[in-house]
Write a protein that binds this ligand. Structure first.
Ligand code: URA
Ligand code: CA
Length: 433
């Protein structure tokens, strides 16, 4: 093949063959095709798109560009849940113990990307001693013996995606649905999951701003999963406000424990029950959805799910007493409450603004080598549709820097919009594909 011919073909909106796509990925990762040719091709893809088959071929070529994780020594069907990213998404922290408490084997690999807060591994590492750098054998053995383990992503997982993403980032080609879909699905497929649940978020605090775009992305990823022989289910969920109440790292661990104690916020609980019950169906642990949900609720009620979290924490070197004693988690030096100026109802919460505020407090990474401050973050006590009284506290800021504290109070106040008329709560799950 000749690279300019392939670019020319896509420029004219023609379909690329599997072999051409393989040639491009091999050449790029191998160093024989330069950035400038790939840049031109990415821009052609941005404008002309790719069909389901091309996107699947790209996904598979990318997935095979590095290590393909083999989870076959773990019994049962491995189901992975993946979120496209939102603000304060505490679901994975809850799902790990909740799903394994009903018999699902959960082998979770999670990245440490940029974001408003850390990823799931960063959040868990706010527990003293907790280690997310497991070698493959320890990881697999842990899943086999206690039912769940979490580890940082292998450095050699989908190198093609690392290279392509960096190039997309500087050539204004990130927001192409086939490129996003192949980026996400290649990592899921290389990660070794048999079946995949995708949480495609939309709204002000998400990558996809509209329901329609999220739906298009979800449909394409489900199709890729099907063509690649990995059953995939996608949910379109709300990110017009943060999920649950905590935005941070240590405080999201607290929030997850609260859910496992039956005291978590209803929207976070609803999403966790939906994903965990779907995992049970996909893993063939249960065939009836209602029964699956009931088993999960029982597991929370009886303390089984919480006990499983304790076991997972202990197994990875963490201090499992945090389950009962939150004061063992890192604590911020300063805190400040934010109170309502008038009676009213919460009309809107600017999730993106809160996320950015949490990040600037130190909860997330702006650059790859930034260090996360596990103690800082934002608690919100009111969600859209909730009533507030004058003087009532609706948020609390945790900071390790006094100047940032007062700035964050101001930002949080600006992120909340109130109204005098009562309004409906926002639904969390909008569609299932
Ligand atoms: N998340 C990814 O992993 N890849 C993208 O391209 C976009 C979001
Ligand atoms: Ca949360």
């Amino acid at each position: 093949f000749f690279v300019p011919d392939i670019i020319e073909k896509k420029k004219r909106g023609l379909k690329l063959s599997k072999d051409e796509i393989q040639f491009i990925i091999d050449g790029y990762v191998g160093g024989s095709i330069p950035d400038y040719q790939i840049s031109a091709l990415l821009m052609a893809i941005y404008f002309k798109g790719m069909d389901e088959e091309e996107t699947t071929d790209l996904t598979m070529a990318m997935a095979h560009s590095g290590e393909m994780v083999d989870l076959s020594s773990i019994d049962g069907i491995k189901v992975d849940k993946h979120s496209t990213g939102g603000i304060a998404d505490t679901t994975t922290l809850v799902l790990l113990p909740l799903a394994s408490s009903v018999g699902i084997k959960v082998a979770k690999m999670s990245g440490r990307g940029l974001g408003h807060t850390g990823g799931t591994v960063d959040k868990l590492e706010s527990i003293p001693g907790f280690c997310c750098e497991l070698d493959t054998k320890t990881f697999i053995d842990s899943v086999n013996t206690i039912g769940a383990a979490i580890t940082g992503q292998s450095k050699n997982l989908v190198p093609a995606d690392k290279m392509l993403y960096a190039l997309r980032d500087v050539t204004a080609t990130v927001d192409s649905i086939p490129l996003i879909a192949s980026s996400i699905m290649s990592k899921k497929i290389a990660g070794g999951a048999d079946k995949i649940i995708l949480d495609v978020k939309f709204g002000n605090g998400a990558f996809m701003k509209t329901f329609e775009d999220a739906q298009e992305l979800g449909q394409l990823m489900v199709k890729i999963g099907e063509l690649a022989g990995r059953e995939t289910v996608a949910y379109i969920t709300d990110m017009e406000q943060p999920l649950g109440l905590a935005i941070g790292n240590a405080i999201e661990v607290v929030e997850a424990i609260e859910v496992l104690k039956g005291k978590g916020h209803e929207d976070l609980l609803e999403l966790c029950l939906e994903f965990a019950s779907e995992m049970m169906l996909l893993a063939k642990i249960e065939s009836d959805k209602t029964k699956a949900v009931q088993k999960l609720k029982d597991s929370i009620e009886t303390g089984k799910a919480l006990a499983k979290f304790k076991e997972i924490i202990g197994n990875q070197g963490g201090d499992s007493r945090v389950i009962q004693d939150y004061s063992l988690l890192p604590k911020a030096k300063y805190q400040s409450e934010v109170a309502a100026a008038e009676d009213g109802y919460v009309n809107k919460i600017d999730a993106a603004r809160l996320g950015l505020t949490a990040m600037k407090l130190g909860a997330g990474r702006q650059k790859k080598d930034d260090i996360i401050d596990p103690a800082v973050g934002i608690w919100i006590y009111k969600k859209v549709g909730d009533k507030v009284k004058k003087g009532e506290v609706f948020a609390k800021i945790l900071a390790n820097d006094e100047a940032k504290l007062s700035w964050a109070v101001d930002e949080t106040r600006k992120a909340f919009e109130f109204t005098l008329d009562s309004i409906e709560k926002r639904k969390v799950i909008w569609a299932k594909i």
